[in-house]
Design a protein around this ligand. Structure first.
Ligand SMILES: [Fe+2]
Length: 274
């Protein structure tokens, strides 16, 4: 059986073509977000599945940004790449010049414990709780872990993950997600989402069954290979100190960085009902 598929999609008139390998299938005629705890159901943007909202006050955002930049700089030093204290995150690809170095760096920053968060994480939990009108925590009820992620997508690279729903991984169900731009995030690079797709039937989406090889790179999350409805992909592009809150039941990802010379950095976190 041929397990290689070409997946083609369009972002703002840019045609993206990726090769996806893995056994694929359409799902059952069920809407997962209706069966699970849909944490955005009390919001005015439940139909759309995402919203861009103001994040922190200026001082707190500055503290968060500088703290996260320091984390990046410390981890660059850990892999033998010291940079100046005023290093710009968007210049990452100018110091990380090979895929091997990039992989080494990703291994260092794979996942951070909430203890490493530069602010009281409660501040973030309260802000997202306020927006979802539900008390939330970043503690995953299945793993008991409190974590955050820094994502890095180099310009004109295959660093981005494929189009997917997080909730195809059980431990990521019943949550709400945030994407916070840190550097190089704009209409050419920010996270892609398919509005309203969190309300689609599983039988309207064809996907790989277990993870996927995308352009030869392995991903733990299954990848979308086809859809019954058209994939109307949007790049909402929050500005600095704005947060994109979105349902993990939405089809999202596939966010190739089309900037010619800017690496994209973002903070990503998930929240569950307290
Ligand atoms: Fe995701």
């Amino acid at each position: 059986m041929n397990l290689k598929h070409i997946m083609q999609y369009t972002i703002n008139k840019h045609i993206i073509k990726v090769q996806i390998e893995g056994k694929k299938s359409f799902g059952k005629p069920i809407v997962l977000s209706e069966l699970d705890d849909n944490l955005i159901k009390n919001t005015s943007w439940n139909e759309k599945g995402f919203s861009i909202l103001p994040f922190l006050n200026k001082e707190k955002f500055e503290e968060l940004f500088l703290g996260l930049r320091k984390l990046v700089i410390n981890n660059l030093a850990n892999i033998g790449i010291p940079v100046e204290p005023n290093f710009k995150l968007e210049d990452y690809h100018k110091v990380i010049r090979t895929d091997l170095l990039h992989t080494n760096f990703l291994n260092e920053i794979k996942l951070f414990s909430a203890n490493a968060f530069p602010l009281s994480i409660r501040l973030i939990e309260e802000k997202i709780s306020e927006y979802c009108k539900i008390p939330l925590t970043c503690k995953n009820p299945l793993t008991g872990h409190k974590v955050f992620h820094i994502r890095v997508v180099r310009p004109q690279s295959n660093d981005n993950n494929p189009l997917h729903r997080d909730v195809w991984i059980d431990r990521l169900r019943n949550a709400v997600n945030i994407y916070l731009p840190l550097a190089g995030s704009n209409e050419l690079s920010s996270l892609c989402v398919v509005p309203n797709s969190h309300l689609w039937l599983e039988s309207e989406i064809e996907r790989t069954m277990e993870g996927a090889l995308v352009n030869g790179r392995p991903f733990t999350v299954p990848a979308v290979t086809d859809t019954v409805k058209p994939l109307d992909i949007k790049r909402p592009s929050p500005k600095l100190n704005e947060v994109l809150i979105f349902s993990p039941y939405l089809i999202h990802g596939g966010a190739v960085n089309l900037n010619p010379d800017k690496t994209r950095f973002s903070l990503e976190m998930r929240f569950w009902r307290v």
